[in-house]
Every structure is written in structure tokens, then in C-alpha cells.
Ligand binder design. Structure first.
Ligand code: SF4
Ligand code: SF4
Length: 745
């Protein structure tokens, strides 16, 4: 039986709200039209006495819904926390009205009253969420026993977790163990250091809370965060065990040098890569492959296949310093040898500048800038490199006994291009390849995690094959909940950075366990205990939710009915926006709740010439940018009414139909940028909203309404200054097309 709602509304007169808004008028609307039994004005609600007043009323009056009409929900969140059974709405009267509309103006007052109506509708049509709490496993699985993986394992143990490391090789250490010396990462940053890896292996092996599985790979991972079931292949094959969260530290592989024939690789016998250089050092020293003689001169070509649109378009961040290191190692081994480092740009940031300077001071090492024009063979298997764009103003030729190519790093999640018509290239039914690139499914064929997810076996990747979730905001996060990427699989990096990454990802993995254990969402809605409920009796198995969920939350049964895994869910609401049957809802966020809010707006008659426009604003970037605009007291159009949404992807097109039939003149959707360098916090939400707009435009045509009435735009956090213009431009379009002809029906 539904519990009767008992609403209390608290109007804050602080922060200039009392001067801008007629508080008594608002109170009248609350007590009269909205039949809110308890409505009080307070001079500064966030003060202890204001909060105490609300708490006393909750206890004395049995309130279970509270409206705080004051500041944005991003402020004072600790102050306005009440009992779990009380649903609180933070109505941003300060940002929506007091700081952005003309004070004491009838249009501003109308806006404040509408927002109160909308807030009342919201709390009356939603319920306090209840956390889903289940027994979870708190072990962290680390895939990869290199420096990143071992650091992550030790850090996770230090934070109180148990760890299983799965390493495909027969020993721990990864790439670092193969590099006898590494470039300096401690003061004075001028001499090479030991890799320190044996000591780290010793610590890992001595740690009773870390189990190491060598010569093993993951055959299959079933389940969801907190309850993953892992089966291994190799090592102790067939054995399964449970883990709660996962760190993928599977590292990097060298760029395929066979594609660098233009730089002599595979064509000239004494051209090798920087990785081969390390192998030679470990196996008897640096000798020419053609005759096993010590080289008297060695050239390095930097950015070999890097920062090159034909090969790796990005910088691998370490190759410059690796060549500086290898040059010193050569000079140490062969004091009479000459070394040439040929670079487009030399990148040695931060403290490494001191290392670069130390190498420059070596009289046997020549560094010169230029673009490689050609690499040719000379008699005696020597090599000649011609450079253009040099600092000498003319082309320069360098001759050497040996050439080392400084090749870059490729993440292990990156697989070679597979033709799109092959079965493996499309692990899920996605409409087109571009959607796959936008983060829809796993990189085809990576097969490191072997997840049993309907949306693919591995982490979806970004443009260059890195599995990061978002390029700015969320390091270590991936598009699969509680599976974190760390080290060179996430981005090219050196060993010091890999160590930082290991620690960072370990903290995320441990934090994830705490959140999952308390039924709360992970980033970006960290702490949110709501989760989607699917009323499956009415499901038509259209699979839209399964396909559009950006996090692979939903599997499906043989008939195509979605099978939710709540702990995989990030609570974005994209499934709610996708479902044509409107059977997906959260207790405190639903199609019905938003529908009731927009229907609560008072729409003036056409002859009043006061249009009404609805702006659905994404809570991640657009709405916070409005907070900033408000802080700067930018003046906004008073005819706009704002409804925050978790993500534009959660927008159900029925809201637009409802708004237009309620007489609203136009609907503006403001979300995050999409595409390869997307900023959508839920990866594809804004892109999906954009796609749904095609249906909206079709609907407008059927209703004989102008296409200008519904528009979608993007706004980044730092674009807050644009908001007045965004609203005004839209309003100008609405003015042109005139009032909604359905007004008054
Ligand atoms: S709320 Fe988002 S993450 Fe959760 S099931 Fe729906 S679409 Fe997937
Ligand atoms: S979108 Fe709705 S109707 Fe379609 S499969 Fe999902 S729950 Fe069922």
C-alpha cells in the first residue's frame, strides 16, 4: 500500500533570495493551491537553527517529503540530510530565480511559483530510494603482474583488501624486469637507476594476503561487481573463485615495427627497435646483427611510427627518455662510440629535464632535430639517414653502424583491425561501426577479461584502443563498473607513472567495494542508492535498453527479456529513456515523475504573450555550469523552466510530447559533447539523445509543429558564459514560429 505523502516546504530567504522573491506570495501558493500543510520561511535555512527547525517538524508533523527551496543541491549537501524515509528535493530558487532573474518582477515571481509547483509534483510522485544490500566478496583481482599490477596489489592490501594476481608469464615483473636499468626517477635525476623490480616481487611474494597465479590467463568472468566469478586457464585451470572488483593492468605491447620499412626495419639488417635493444643488452650485449661486431656509431630515430597519422597518432610519452637512457648505456659500454639522437621534438618533462641536460653534456652524444626524409643502406651494412627541416637550415645526412628505432606503446586491449563483416568484429548487434567506436562494445577480440556480458567480452575502448572511460574526468574508470584500468593499458606511461596508476586504481577498486557493499553507485553518481526497476510483465523484448545501456548492465534471456545486474549499474537512466513501454523507473526518478513536473508548469494564455519554454539540463555539466552562471549573476530569460536530468540519455521522448500537449512552446535539451572526445559522463547518453531527436522530429511533423520547437545543444562546464545566449537564441526561434497552437487544448 502506498504511504501517504506529507510534504513540508522550507523557503530560504538568505543569499538574496528574500529580496528578489516575494516569499509571502510563494508561501500562499504552497499553503493554498499546492495544499502543502507545513510551509515556513527562514532567514538562512542552512544555519543550525534552520536545519533543527526542519528536523523538529519531520519528527512532530510526520513529514516524509521535504522541499528545501534555497540553493543548488551541489551546496550544503551535508546540512540537508534527513532520515532515510524522508525524500528531499533541493529546489535551486537562488540559482534559477534570485541570482539570474530580475528581482521582484512578476515574471520572476511566476518562475519561482512554477518551480515550487514542479518541486511539489516531484516529491509527490516519487519515493525515497532503498539501498540494495547483499553479501559481497571483497577480494580484488589484478590482471597483470608487472610494476602496475604489483603496485596495485600491494596498495589494495594496505587498504585492507585481499588480492589475487593473474599473470600470463611464468614470473612476475612484466616489462620492467627486462630493463636492467631505468631512467632516473629520483634526485639528482642524472644517473640511471636499477629497476627495483626484484624487491617488489619479494614483497608481493611475502604478502600473505596476495595470491599469485602464474602462467595463467582468465578464461571467463561471470556475474557482477561484488559477485564476480572468475575461471582461469593455465596454471590451476578449471578452478573458480570469487572477487568483488577488478584492476586490469595488462600493460602494453611495442608498436609493430614491420610496418616501419620506410625507416629501414626489415629492409636493413642493422636496424632494430628500442625493445630489441633491451633484449640484446640482456643477452650478451649490443652487437650488430649483420656481423656480431660492436658498433662504433649508433643513431636513434625518435617517434618511429609515433605522432604519425599513418601509424600511432599519439605520443607514447616515454620513448625520448628511453633513447636518452640507451644512449648513456651505449656510451658506458663503448666509450669511443658516437651516438646520434634524431628527433622531431625531444620530450623530457618535469624533473627529467635534468636528465636530458646530463645526456646533452656527454660529448659523444649528438642530439639533432629534423624530419626523416629517407633511410638507406651503405656498404658494410651501415645505415644512412637524411633529415630535412633541421636547425642548420639545410638537409643533413648521418651515417651510422647501427640504427635504433624508438617505437611507441600500444595497449594490450588494442587488436589489429578485423574486417567488420567477420563475426568476431561485431560481438553485439550494434547499428553501425561508429557506435562501436563511441563505446558501445568491447574492442573486438581483445579477450583478456573474457566477461560473460551480453555486450562483449572485454573493456570497450576509446579511439586508439585505450579502455579509459573518459578522457578528462575519471582516470582508472572504464565502461564496465568496478573494473578499473591502470598503467600502460590505460595510457602510455613510464614506470613511475605506472606506480602512481597502480595506487590510484587500487584505491578506486577498494572504494568500489565499500560503495557496492552499501548498495551505492560508483562514479559519477557515487553514493546514489537508487537503481532501476524493470516492470518486466509489460516488456516487449525490443532490446533497446540492453543495447543502449553504456555499461553492459543488462544481459538477456533466450526470449530477449532484459536481465538486470544492479551492481553493474551506474544509475544513468539511459534504459529509462530508451524504453518505449516506459516500464523502467527509479523510485526517485521516473518518466511519470518528470511528466508530473512539466505538467505542473502554469502555461499562460496566448494573448498574454508570455511564452513558456522547458529546458532539460544534464546534471553533470550543463546544470553545474548554470550554477556558475548564477554565481556571476548573469541575467537569464524568465520564461524558461529548468528540469534537471541525470543524463540526456535518460530523456524519454514522451516528455516532449507531454510538454507540447500541455501548451509549452518549445523544449530545449542541453547535454554534453559527444563523439570521439566526448564529455558525456555516461559515455553515450547525449549521443543517444541526439539520435532519438530523429523520432522527435518525425513526431513534430505528424503534429504539424515546426522543427524549431525542439532543439538539442551541448554545453561544457567552462561554457557557463554562453547560457544566457543559449536561452535567448532558442527563445528567438520560438518567437519566430509563434505560440504553440495546442495551447489551451
Ligand atoms: S541506469 Fe544506466 S547503467 Fe543502469 S541499467 Fe539503466 S542504462 Fe544501464
Ligand atoms: S526497452 Fe523496455 S520493452 Fe524494450 S526490452 Fe527493455 S524493458 Fe523491455
Amino acid at each position: 500500500m502506498a504511504i501517504e505523502t506529507k510534504v513540508g516546504a522550507y523557503l530560504c530567504a538568505g543569499c538574496g533570495i528574500g529580496e528578489a522573491v516575494d516569499m509571502a506570495g510563494l508561501q500562499k501558493v504552497a499553503n493554498g493551491e499546492l495544499k502543502i500543510p507545513v510551509c515556513k520561511v527562514h532567514e538562512k535555512l542552512c544555519l543550525p537553527e534552520g536545519v533543527r527547525m526542519i528536523k523538529d517538524d519531520i519528527a512532530a508533523e510526520g513529514l516524509n517529503r521535504v522541499i528545501i527551496a534555497g540553493c543548488s543541491f551541489r551546496t550544503k549537501s551535508l546540512e540537508f540530510q534527513f532520515d532515510d524515509h524522508v525524500l528531499t528535493d533541493r529546489l535551486a530558487l537562488r540559482e534559477y530565480v534570485a541570482w539570474t532573474l530580475e528581482p521582484q518582477h512578476e515574471d520572476s515571481q511566476a518562475a519561482a511559483e512554477d518551480y515550487l509547483r514542479m518541486s511539489a509534483a516531484k516529491v509527490r510522485n516519487s519515493e525515497p530510494p532503498e539501498a540494495l544490500i547483499e553479501e559481497i566478496n571483497r577480494t580484488v583481482l589484478v590482471i597483470g603482474g608487472g610494476k602496475t599490477g604489483m603496485t596495485a596489489a600491494l596498495a589494495a592490501v594496505a587498504a585492507g583488501s585481499e588480492v589475487v594476481i593473474v599473470e600470463k608469464e611464468t614470473q612476475l615483473g612484466g616489462w620492467a624486469a627486462k630493463f636492467s636499468k631505468v631512467f632516473p626517477h629520483e634526485a639528482p635525476y642524472t644517473t640511471l637507476q636499477d629497476n627495483g623490480i626484484s624487491e617488489m616481487i619479494r614483497q608481493v611474494e611475502a604478502e600473505p594476503k596476495i595470491k599469485v597465479r602464474l602462467a595463467a590467463t582468465v578464461k571467463r568472468i561471470d556475474g557482477e561487481p561484488g559477485k564476480f566469478e572468475v575461471e582461469l586457464e593455465g596454471g590451476e585451470a578449471g578452478q573458480t573463485f570469487k572477487v568483488g572488483s577488478i584492476i586490469q593492468a595488462s600493460g602494453w605491447k611495442p608498436y609493430d615495427a614491420s610496418k616501419l620499412g620506410h625507416l629501414g626495419y626489415g629492409r636493413l639488417s642493422n636496424v632494430v627497435t628500442n625493445v630489441q635493444f633491451e633484449e640484446m643488452q640482456a643477452n650478451g650485449g649490443i652487437l650488430r646483427l649483420s656481423d656480431r661486431r660492436a658498433p662504433k656509431s649508433v643513431a636513434f630515430i625518435q617517434c618511429a611510427g609515433s605522432r604519425d597519422q599513418e601509424h600511432l597518432p599519439y605520443c607514447s610519452a616515454v620513448c625520448c627518455r628511453v633513447s636518452l637512457k640507451q644512449a648513456l648505456q651505449l656510451r658506458d659500454k663503448y666509450p669511443d662510440a658516437k651516438v646520434f639522437i634524431l628527433y622531431k621534438d625531444m620530450r623530457s618533462p618535469g624533473q627529467y629535464e635534468a636528465f636530458y641536460k646530463a645526456v646533452q653534456n656527454d660529448e659523444g652524444i649528438f642530439l639533432t632535430k629534423g624530419e626523416v626524409v629517407r633511410v638507406d643502406g651503405l656498404p658494410d651494412d651501415r645505415v644512412e639517414i637524411e633529415l630535412s627541416d633541421t636547425l642548420f637550415g639545410k638537409n643533413v645526412s648521418i651515417q651510422a653502424d647501427m640504427l635504433i628505432l624508438a617505437t611507441g606503446m600500444v595497449p594490450t586491449t588494442k587488436v589489429e583491425e578485423i574486417p567488420l563483416d567477420s563475426a568476431e568484429a561485431q560481438p553485439v548487434t550494434t547499428p553501425d561501426a561508429s557506435e562501436q567506436k563511441a563505446g558501445a562494445s568491447a574492442e573486438a577480440g581483445a579477450h583478456i577479461l573474457n566477461l560473460s556480458y551480453r555486450k562483449g567480452s572485454d573493456l570497450p575502448t576509446l579511439k586508439y584502443g585505450f579502455p579509459d572511460s573518459h578522457y578528462i574526468c575519471f582516470p582508472y574508470e572504464t565502461q564496465r563498473t568496478a573494473i578499473f584500468a591502470a598503467g600502460a593499458v590505460r595510457a602510455p606511461m613510464d614506470l613511475s607513472a605506472a606506480e602512481n596508476d597502480g595506487c590510484g586504481a587500487a584505491l578506486k577498486a577498494v572504494q568500489a567495494l565499500h560503495l557496492i557493499g552499501s548498495g551505492a553507485a560508483l562514479h559519477p553518481r557515487a553514493g546514489d542508492i537508487s537503481y532501476p526497476d524493470f516492470f518486466l510483465q509489460r516488456c516487449t523484448q525490443c532490446k533497446r535498453c540492453t543495447e543502449e545501456c553504456p555499461f553492459g548492465t543488462l544481459d538477456e534471456d533466450a526470449k530477449g527479456t532484459p536481465q538486470p545486474h544492479p551492481f553493474r549499474c551506474r544509475r544513468c537512466g539511459v534504459c529509462m529513456g530508451a524504453c518505449p513501454e516506459r516500464i523502467v523507473s527509479f523510485k526517485n526518478y521516473s518518466v511519470h515523475m518528470i511528466g508530473s513536473m512539466l505538467k505542473a508548469i502554469e502555461v499562460p494564455e496566448e494573448d498574454e504573450e508570455k511564452p513558456r519554454v522547458l529546458a532539460f539540463m544534464c546534471e553533470n555539466d550543463a546544470l553545474p555550469s548554470l550554477d556558475i552562471a548564477a554565481k556571476h549573476h548573469l541575467r537569464l530569460n524568465p520564461f524558461v523552466r529548468i528540469i534537471p536530468v541525470r543524463c540526456l540519455g535518460s530523456m524519454n521522448v514522451v516528455w516532449i510530447a507531454d510538454a507540447l500537449s500541455a501548451g509549452i512552446d518549445g523544449v530545449l535539451l542541453i547535454g554534453c559533447k559527444h563523439g570521439d572526445d566526448y564529455q558525456c559522463h555516461f559515455i553515450k547518453g547525449s549521443e543517444l539523445a541526439n539520435r532519438r531527436m530523429e523520432n522527435v522530429q518525425e513526431k513534430l511533423k505528424q503534429l504539424v509543429l515546426e522543427k524549431e520547437r525542439v532543439q538539442i545543444t551541448t554545453l561544457a562546464l567552462n561554457e557557463w558564459e554562453k547560457i544566457p545566449q543559449v536561452f535567448d537564441n532558442f527563445m528567438a526561434d520560438i518567437d519566430k514560429v509563434g505560440a504553440n497552437p495546442y495551447k489551451g487544448f
